[in-house]
Design a protein. Structure first.
Length: 746
């Protein structure tokens, strides 16, 4: 067989709404030699023996999350998909145990019985904001309050997705129509079973210092496999390295640089081989990336692109590799989420992973494998039959629409394409219309505008975000826009809308957009801004060390919190104003953060503002007014679907304190707002429906006014639970989240 380097284009489109079941992961541990777990925090309590993952504990911990373990290597998750998980499980004690899928509040609880049972967990969803599970979805078992033994021998994870048509494939050539590697015949694989034992001369060319001249040159993408071997691939230029050497002194042996990977003969042909050396660093501890392998593509991919990476792999010794996305220069790190973890065994395996490039991965060229995850000992890694495929999508500008009041849902596959036209001032631009004149049942009140069409995740990943308030009646009311993943544009009224786009000549993700209402409902009229004048008093407890902290730990700033809920979900980019008065028994700082709800789980998005220095809590009443734009991205770069509430961390000081809020106003900001008026109030004038608190580490928020009760039957020992059945450390007030909504328990 000929060795090759070619890129194929995956052409697909969806047929109706017919769904197929996709198996994301399946493992029968009863016949397995090892447990390929991804993470655990209490290794002494968990073993793999006799074909089962075995947990044992003689004593209940103070919180269920004191013991946690991940059943399987992470899978790449679709934030819009719902997953079904099947477990074969039994225990010595019948009890429900806590579990979390990808950091979310689902599935919540898993029943354990004293007999082997296949437990099916349905409707599990991903929380992309969770720090550890941001890209790799997994089932996390949390049996900290379980006393006894639990065995698990089987796990299967599936989800439903639209059925695709058979793929049509197309070769990828260089701009001049020549194969990527001159002289190598194209077949149907990228690189595999090579008949030649080395790279072409140009791929191995070095400069005067012995460094490969392609490692960050224009031809980098033409070399499909690279590697870094600690102590071998060295740039002797003596460049100071402030990361590995904080004092800025040159590293004596030079920096490690990526070189084209070794090609060696293996039974049946040739393969790429990385002979990793002992992970060693004279300035810092060894790192997972001390030895690396890279799969390159011949171009950078913009956010929204759908990519599939396939290869064969094995290692001399079993090992785990983490993957990242890098730039064209393979040593130039871009984003920590790649294609998930890869678990090597001593036998050849086949790997295939489909990913959608996010904003954070935009213009990524290659997948980097960190080969020193498990240990620092030398190993040999083999790769073969590398293939990088991309789904071909429509490119341009497209608009999909919905109406939250009439139930019109987004149809991304049939999004309307913008065509060349003129704006109301007869200037050339792109034009599209949503809704049909004379047909009220087609009116829409929300749109998404994207530069890609043909795949739902790609459409949402390549949307644009206008700045400012949309009016719909001013032909000169052009709004600047920029890229904004999954950005939903709320219109001021339902109707038929004509949209004009004038993209930048240099970058289509920037430009201007104009919205004009052709017919429809009247825009909302301003109303009086309401003030909720009741006093919200939070008696915050002293911050205590939390589970997992080393000796001397002091807990977290979020151990006491105040929650301010909006009357509705707020879309990214919506502009609001928050006003309130506040004081404390002792002067203190506080931080506020945006939050959302994903499947019932409070979902941290990003910081909102700080109350420190001049704004800090004092013993006398102070007032504050903040203009807040709902964020489009979370702290980790993933897209925000909606903002539901703002959280104030009230444990910035370790000592107990009493915090009081009153005269709270939260309303929409608008260009046309009259003094004292708004287009919409986001909280009620009376009542406590918009307010909640959480007191003490390890507690859950529940509705205000609920008393706590002590229930010894839960675990056989004294434990405090609220009336919603949630374990807490002391009496407190707060909020319960169920199915993504606040639930008042009376």
């Amino acid at each position: 067989m000929k060795k090759l380097f070619t890129l194929f284009a995956f052409l697909t489109c969806f047929l109706g709404a017919k769904a197929v079941t996709v198996v994301d992961f399946e493992k029968d541990y009863s016949t397995a030699a090892t447990w390929e777990h991804g993470w655990l925090n209490e290794e002494a309590h968990i073993k793999f023996e006799d074909g089962a993952i075995h947990f044992h504990s003689d004593e209940a911990q103070s919180a269920f999350f004191d013991f946690q373990y991940q059943l399987h290597p992470g899978i790449q998750v679709d934030n819009d998909a719902h997953y079904t998980i099947t477990l074969r499980i039994k225990g010595t004690v019948a009890q429900e145990i806590h579990a979390s899928f990808s950091g979310s509040g689902t599935p919540g609880m898993i029943p354990v019985t004293t007999d082997w049972v296949d437990v099916v967990l349905e409707d599990c969803v991903n929380d992309p904001s969770a720090a550890y599970f941001a890209s790799s979805g997994s089932l996390l078992i949390q049996p900290g309050d379980y006393v006894g033994d639990i065995w698990i021998t089987y796990i299967k994870i599936t989800h439903e997705e639209k059925e695709s048509r058979p793929a049509t494939w197309q070769e990828w050539l260089t701009d001049d129509g020549q194969p990527i590697i001159p002289g190598v015949e194209h077949t149907n694989k990228w690189m595999g079973d090579a008949e030649f034992g080395q790279w072409p001369d140009w791929a191995l060319a070095k400069d005067e210092s012995g460094v490969n001249i392609n490692w960050r040159g224009e031809r980098t993408g033409e070399i499909c496999a690279w590697s870094i071997v600690r102590g071998k691939n060295i740039d002797p230029s003596q460049t100071p390295d402030p990361v590995n050497d904080p004092d800025g002194n040159p590293i004596a042996e030079g920096k490690p640089r990526p070189f084209p990977c070794d090609i060696e003969e293996v039974p049946g042909g040739h393969a790429f081989v990385v002979h990793s050396t002992a992970a060693d660093n004279q300035y810092t501890d060894w790192q997972a990336w001390d030895n690396q392998f890279f799969i390159m593509s011949p171009k950078g991919w913009k956010s929204g692109s759908v990519i599939r990476v396939s290869f064969k792999y094995k290692a001399e010794k079993a090992a785990t590799a983490q993957t990242q996305i890098h730039h064209q220069n393979p040593s130039w790190y871009l984003f920590y989420q790649g294609i998930g973890d890869v678990n090597f065994t001593t036998e050849w395996q086949e790997y295939s992973k489909e990913i959608t490039f996010s904003d954070s991965q935009n213009d990524g060229w290659c997948v980097a494998f960190n080969l020193n995850v498990d240990n620092k000992e030398p190993n040999t890694f083999y790769f073969d039959d590398l293939k990088w495929e991309t789904m071909v999508l429509d490119e341009g500008f497209f608009v999909a629409s919905s109406n939250s009041t009439t139930g019109i849902e987004y149809d991304f596959d049939n999004a309307t394409e913008f065509v060349e036209g003129v704006d109301p001032n007869n200037e050339p631009c792109l034009v599209a219309t949503v809704g049909t004149e004379g047909k009220q049942d087609t009116w829409v009140n929300e749109v998404m505008i994207s530069t890609l069409r043909g795949h739902d995740k790609s459409f949402k990943g390549a949307t644009i975000k206008p700045e400012g308030t949309i009016k719909g009646d001013d032909p000169d009311d052009w709004k600047d826009y920029q890229a904004g993943s999954s950005y939903k544009i709320a219109l001021p009224a339902a109707g038929v809308w004509k949209i004009y786009v004038a993209p930048s000549e240099e970058d289509a993700t920037k430009g201007q957009v104009l919205f004009m209402k052709v017919e429809g409902e009247a825009n909302k009229e301003p109303v009086e801004i309401v003030t909720n004048d009741q006093e919200i008093v939070i008696e915050a407890t002293e911050r205590q060390p939390t589970s997992g902290e080393e000796e001397g730990g002091t807990g977290n700033t979020w151990d006491n919190q105040f929650f301010l809920y909006s009357n509705r979900n707020l879309a990214p980019g919506e502009e609001t104003v928050l006003e309130f008065e506040y004081k404390a028994t002792t002067q203190a700082k506080s931080t506020a953060a945006f939050q959302g709800i994903v499947a019932g789980n409070p979902d941290y998005i990003t910081g909102a503002f700080d109350l420190d220095n001049d704004d800090a809590f004092d013993t006398e009443w102070k007032s504050v007014k903040k203009e807040l734009t709902m964020p489009a991205k979370k702290w980790d770069g993933t897209a925000v679907d909606a903002v539901t509430f703002i959280t104030f961390d009230l444990a910035c000081m370790k000592e107990a304190n009493t915090y009081t809020f009153k005269n709270i106003k939260w309303y929409m900001k608008g260009d046309e707002n009259a003094e004292g008026k708004t287009l919409e109030n986001l909280i009620n004038a009376t009542g406590a429906e918009n307010f909640a608190i959480k007191i003490g580490a390890g507690t859950d928020p529940v509705p205000m006014g609920i008393e706590a009760v002590v229930d010894k039957a839960k675990t056989g020992s004294t434990a405090t639970y609220n009336l919603a059945g949630q374990r807490i450390s002391k009496e407190y007030k707060g909020i319960v989240i169920k199915d993504g909504k606040k639930v008042v328990v009376k």
